[in-house]
Write a protein that binds this ligand. Structure first.
Ligand code: SIN
Length: 344
């Protein structure tokens, strides 16, 4: 009920939405007092429900409700309704939300720079390679490092590979020259765009559509499910299938919240999340293909497939992003990731 009111709120300005949200939640908490669950878990994220992250969060909610018999309630807030990606991790640390799944690119800026390894362009050939890293020892080590920033890392989720969009095709470095490209707050992504001759502009995800519509930025990189569900096509009619970088998520919680749970509740949440993540990871490639099929049929959208030779030129051009990360992190983690790609 509350979620329905919140969904009906205008998307901006976010401050107004938050104020209204606070009032609604206050009223709703009064209504809900009669049948208060033992545990309330708010899961906030920034994308649409019909994406790998949106679907994973809803599956987690359904599984918890089915297995906990009313003891635990999960409330899911999509589309930056509760927190945006510029303040969600601070909200988690302060206990204003219990679960998030920020994109891996956001953790560097939050004090865990090792996660920026996932932003390296052309690092992964496919999702199977990604999973060799995220589901193995390297992934477990990275989740543990989140503890340094008062976050408990619970698991990884795929979205997919990013494609470039703009008002023109982007097949060669010359095509990028001078473009203002929206990027997430990651040094690797900024270096990648600079290496291509573009100007990186860091913006929260929830502000990207307006920035493109008003001409504050000219271009963006997104996996197809995000491009489609954010309605970017009218402002970005040229979609070049560069497949140049990976976008995935780490599910995190507040360690104090997690420690405060009864062991049986913690075990229930752990197992529901493992099942929901497996569901989301199975779904990711299918949603990507569905989005591609929809975009192919969308009037006004022009898809461009770079040739192998064009892809090789782009790949060489972004080498400075690799050099920068190797300098800042040292070779250790990068070597571990590259070994995991081969051996699992
Ligand atoms: C997300 O998928 O959570 C957002 C990614 C972005 O900021 O581009």
């Amino acid at each position: 009920m509350v979620a329905a009111w919140i969904t009906a709120l205008p998307r901006s300005p976010r401050v107004l939405r938050r104020t209204a949200l606070g009032a609604l939640l206050g009223a709703a908490s009064g209504l809900a007092r009669a049948a208060k669950p033992a545990v309330l878990l708010r899961f906030s994220h920034v994308v649409a429900p019909d994406t790998p992250k949106g679907q994973m969060a809803l599956r987690f909610q359904a599984l918890v409700h089915e297995r906990a018999g009313g003891r635990i309630r999960v409330e899911v807030f999509p589309d930056s309704q509760l927190w945006g990606d510029d303040d969600e991790m601070e909200a988690l640390r302060l206990g204003a939300v219990e679960m998030l799944a920020p994109s891996l690119s956001k953790f560097g800026n939050a004090g865990v720079p090792e996660f920026e390894v996932f932003d390296l362009p052309y690092l992964f050939a496919d999702l199977a390679q990604v999973q060799r890293v995220t589901q193995g020892a390297v992934g477990r080590g990275l989740l543990q490092r989140l503890g340094r920033q008062q976050m408990l890392g619970l698991g990884f989720l795929d979205n997919g590979f990013k494609q470039m969009s703009a008002t023109r095709p982007l097949r060669t470095p010359a095509d990028f020259s001078g473009l203002r490209v929206r990027v997430q707050a990651s040094r690797v992504l900024a270096a990648q765009m600079r290496a291509l001759g573009a100007r990186p502009v860091v913006l929260p995800f929830g502000e990207t559509q307006r920035a493109l519509a008003s001409g504050v930025v000219d271009a963006a990189e997104n996996p197809l499910s995000n491009f489609l569900t954010q309605g970017l096509a009218p402002w970005q009619p040229h979609l070049t299938l560069t497949q140049h970088g990976y976008l995935g998520y780490a599910v995190v919680s507040n360690p104090r919240f997690w420690a405060s749970l009864a062991p049986t509740d913690r075990a229930l949440l752990d197992s529901a999340l493992a099942d929901a993540l497996a569901h989301g990871n199975r779904l990711a490639a299918a949603l990507d293909q569905q989005a591609l099929a929809t975009l192919r049929r969308t009037p006004g959208v022009m898809l461009h497939q770079p040739a192998a030779a064009e892809r090789a030129v782009l790949r060489r051009a972004v080498q400075p992003a690799w050099d920068g990360l190797r300098r800042s992190l040292g070779p250790g983690l990068l070597d571990d990731v590259q070994n995991a790609l081969i051996t699992g």
